[in-house]
Ligand binder design. Structure first.
Ligand code: DQA
Length: 144
């Protein structure tokens, strides 16, 4: 199983960025934890973060035939990134949307996700643990 782990705008700043909302874990530490879990399960992960919607889309398209699913925290693109949504929808693969914060407990513009309707599921508000939980869901599918 090969999964793409995508992070959108500003998530490269995790650890420094509003730690009261997003926690103190860095993206590097989150990805290192995922890599460790994946290694034990013989799951291959490809990590990519960008502050640019087009770069995320280019990466999705570049891995088109090679992946079995996507774990994505789209950052603020969650709320308006229709090109990103279209690229993910075209994959016809399982997609888990992850948010560190509980977007439904925050500003009203964060209550709408244009990604959620084309995602298999969404994890919101569980902090960095949300990424590992998404990975474990994929691992459970592999066993089933
Ligand atoms: C976020 C929530 C988004 O609303 C925000 O724009 C982010 C991070 C989260 O992980 O909680 O950049 O996706």
């Amino acid at each position: 199983m090969h999964l793409l782990v995508l992070n959108g705008p500003n998530l490269n700043m995790l650890g420094k960025r509003e730690p009261g909302i997003y926690g103190t874990a860095t993206l590097e530490s989150i990805n290192a934890e995922l890599a460790q879990i994946a290694r034990e399960a013989e799951v291959q992960l490809t990590f990519f973060q960008s502050n640019h919607e087009g770069a995320l889309i280019d990466t999705i398209q570049a891995h088109w035939d090679a992946i079995d699913g996507v774990i994505i925290n789209p950052g603020a693109l969650t709320h308006y990134g229709l090109s990103l949504r279209d690229a993910l929808a075209a994959l016809h693969l399982p997609i888990i949307e992850v948010h560190l914060s509980n977007v439904y407990a925050r500003e009203s513009f964060r209550h709408t996700s244009v990604i959620a309707p084309i995602a298999t599921g969404q994890i919101s508000g569980l902090g960095a643990a949300g990424y590992a939980l998404a990975l474990r869901w994929f691992m459970a599918q592999k066993r089933a």
